[in-house]
Design a protein around this ligand. Structure first.
Ligand code: PMV
Length: 337
């Protein structure tokens, strides 16, 4: 009896078609921030980002033919219930693009080359990696060929900022199209040398998710002025990137970063993700810059950690500044070419 049962399992498992895909994708840091969305991850405003070199997500997707959809996500080897339940409707929502999607069991294993809650958007890198796996699967299952714009569209549907992780070094979204991000071709070479030093002020998971932050923009009292301002900042940022105007770059970058956090503080309900140490570092950097004229500028993602963006030639000056700062950890990254 027992032997027959085992044989049946063996035969059944041989009948199940299973496919394996692997991909890697980088994270990105927004210079002009995507904040607020219309339906299906259409951004309220344009955004521009640097793609990062070292902050990468690796993803392994196993698909098993099945009569109904199922999903299991392992993050760093551990089953992640939150990730699984958040991702489930997003993957099913891609049925318009991949009609086979609900006939498979999805088994995802993902890891990042950077620590959690360190101010680096793992949703951008991991969802871009997943989009790459889905395109590989579609090619195998339907013999399809897709271009970068399609990849970006799928990544965007999984997580807005992931649409900008499909290429680099500089991407824009919401200027040429709301549906996908595109490469910025006209930029000064100084930006290819840019470094991103991330000062980890706090590595605890944030109290309010970006999803909730985007949602609060729907009824935000400054919604219309934010849309106008982000449009103006995008134009200024494009000029700065084209002309290599570092003062304009830094000014616009910092206005955007503080503007994003001001929107959080004036949402209803209001919240604040910056910590006293975030403000202290910003203040110290401004003073150091006034004194030394170092061309080093800050930005923040939706969290308390500070990204210092500066050209390679300023490295020694920035190292001297870092020696005066006491943070949990420092992560070194740079613009990906
Ligand atoms: O892609 P999401 O939904 O995680 O939103 C990202 C929002 C910011 O990181 C704050 C800004 C941006 O443009 O990346």
């Amino acid at each position: 009896m027992n032997r027959i049962f085992k044989t049946e399992i063996l035969i059944l498992s041989e009948l199940v078609s299973s496919y394996q895909y692997f991909s890697e994708a980088p994270s990105n840091i927004a210079l002009v921030k995507y904040w607020g969305k219309k339906k299906r991850q259409i951004p309220l405003n344009p955004s521009i980002s640097f793609t990062l070199k070292n902050s990468i997500s690796k993803m392994n997707l196993e698909l098993q033919k099945n009569n109904e959809f199922a999903l299991k996500v392992m993050l760093d080897g551990v089953f992640n219930e939150n990730f699984t339940s958040n991702l489930l409707p997003k993957i099913l929502g891609l049925k318009d693009y991949f009609d086979w999607i609900d006939q498979y069991r999805f088994f995802i294993k993902t890891t990042n080359t950077f620590p959690h809650s360190a101010g680096i958007a793992s949703s951008a890198s991991s969802m871009c990696a997943l989009a790459q796996c889905l395109l590989q699967a579609d090619k195998e299952l339907r013999n399809s060929e897709h271009d970068q714009n399609f990849l970006s569209r799928i990544a965007r549907l999984l997580s807005g900022s992931a649409g900008r992780s499909v290429s680099g070094p500089i991407m824009h979204w919401g200027i040429e199209s709301d549906e996908y991000a595109s490469n910025l071709n006209d930029y000064h070479q100084i930006f290819a040398t840019f470094r991103d030093t991330i000062l980890v002020v706090d590595d605890q998971p944030k109290s309010i998710s970006s999803t909730e932050g985007h949602r609060l923009m729907n009824s935000h009292p400054y919604r219309e002025s934010r849309i106008k301002l982000a449009g103006d900042h995008s134009k200024l940022m494009l000029t700065a990137l084209k002309e290599g105007d570092l003062d304009l770059f830094g000014h616009t970058l910092e206005q955007e970063a503080l503007g994003l956090h001001a929107l959080m503080m004036t949402s209803d309900p209001s919240y604040c993700l910056m910590k006293p140490l975030s403000l202290e570092i910003i203040q110290k950097l401004k003073e150091y810059r006034d004194k030394t004229k170092v061309q080093c500028f800050f930005t923040l993602d939706a969290g308390p950690n500070i990204h210092l963006l500066y050209p390679e030639q300023e490295r020694a000056h920035v190292a001297a500044f870092l020696a005066t700062i006491n943070v949990k950890s420092i992560i070194e990254d740079r613009v990906s070419l």
